[in-house]
Write a protein that binds this ligand. Structure first.
Ligand code: TRP
Length: 335
């Protein structure tokens, strides 16, 4: 198989924060698609460790979390020889460009970001300036690599609009320098909800681990979490009229099998919720099981991950250095 020449492929970039163990929501909502498109795009994926500073975190475990997240991406199928896989803090140009772009970001826009508003409300006086400036660092992440597309979850759409605004404003003020990127969000079905609280997104900050299926979960844990998933007061699947809990189970089943949601509803029509849960547990184990083994093997090997991080940083730095220099010159500094 000959790969499409780099010049014809779309440059894509995305990132994932190392804030906990990768879970089914990350996989279905983002990583599955990154893997499917890695051959057809010219893709850059990074572990966004600098974003960790926006909220309270544990410095002593930061590097371990970063390695785990990187291992999870590879275990889920991203091939470090095909995509450029790197750790954000290993490429110093991210923070340099972030400062330059601060001048293009409007405080009024930053204050309107839903993520900022929610987290700032939780953190109160302790909310730091990095939380406020978070989308500017994200702009630097994207613009450094000239990414045209940024595949992200729905919750990142607003940040991506701000990134595009910053790129446009920079080009108008200082001359054509950056590719204006486009956020690409998945179809509605790709949004995985918490199994215990099906109106809330499945996320690592959820209240109960019982509602979140992690990449490292054993088959027994997967079965237990599926069996205890919240449904509705009904007993059987009836057409498309499901409550959010059952809809979530069917949607996850469909997404993991890459089948249309409607086909899955038809397949389970008239069946008991218990049968849906069993079938889901089976499918989750089939998909995640081999990835879990690969994940543990990568973490146990040590040096391999170091080599991958080093090679990725080197490839990323080559591109980032040129873009940063162009931005500096455009803004009147020495290259
Ligand atoms: N902020 C994103 C998240 O929390 C992660 C991220 C960091 C990112 N930098 C990025 C996503 C650049 C896309 C592009 O999900």
């Amino acid at each position: 198989v000959t790969k499409t020449a780099a010049a014809e492929r779309t440059r894509a970039l995305s990132g994932i924060q190392p804030s906990g163990v990768v879970h089914l929501g990350n996989y279905v909502g983002a990583i599955q698609r990154w893997v499917a498109e890695q051959e057809s795009q010219d893709a850059y994926y990074m572990v966004a460790d600098l974003h960790t500073l926006t909220l309270p975190y544990d410095p002593a475990s930061l590097q371990e979390r970063t390695r785990e997240t990187l291992a999870a991406l590879i275990a889920c199928g991203l091939d470090p020889d095909t995509v450029v896989l790197f750790v954000q803090s290993h490429v110093e140009q991210h923070t340099s460009l972030c400062w330059l772009l601060m001048a293009l970001a409007r405080t009024g826009d930053l204050r309107r970001m839903t993520h900022f508003k929610e987290k700032a409300a939780e953190e109160r006086e302790a909310a730091n300036a990095a939380l406020f400036a978070y989308p500017v660092l994200q702009a630097a992440d994207v613009l450094l690599y000239g990414a045209a597309e940024v595949p992200v979850g729905e919750d990142q759409r607003q940040h991506l609009e701000l990134v595009s605004d910053i790129a446009r404003r920079f080009n108008n003020a200082y001359g054509e320098t950056f590719v204006v990127p486009r956020g690409v969000t998945p179809p509605a079905g790709a949004r995985v909800m918490n199994l215990q609280e099906p109106t809330a997104k499945m996320s690592k900050s959820g209240r109960s681990d019982l509602g979140v299926i992690f990449l490292a979960d054993s088959d027994d844990e997967i079965r237990r979490k599926c069996r205890r998933a919240v449904t509705d007061s009904g007993e059987r699947v009836v057409g498309e009229e499901q409550g959010p809990g059952v809809r979530n189970l069917l949607a996850i089943y469909a997404a993991l099998g890459q089948e249309p949601y409607g086909a899955v509803v038809a397949q389970f029509d008239g069946q008991r919720y218990g049968a849906v849960k069993d079938a889901l547990a089976e499918r989750v184990s089939t998909v995640l099981g081999p990835k879990r083994e690969h994940y543990h093997a990568l973490l146990g090997e040590g040096n391999l991950l170091n080599d991958i991080m080093e090679a990725g940083a080197e490839r990323a730095t080559k591109v980032a250095r040129k873009t940063l220099s162009a931005a500096r010159v455009a803004m009147g500094f020495s290259g």
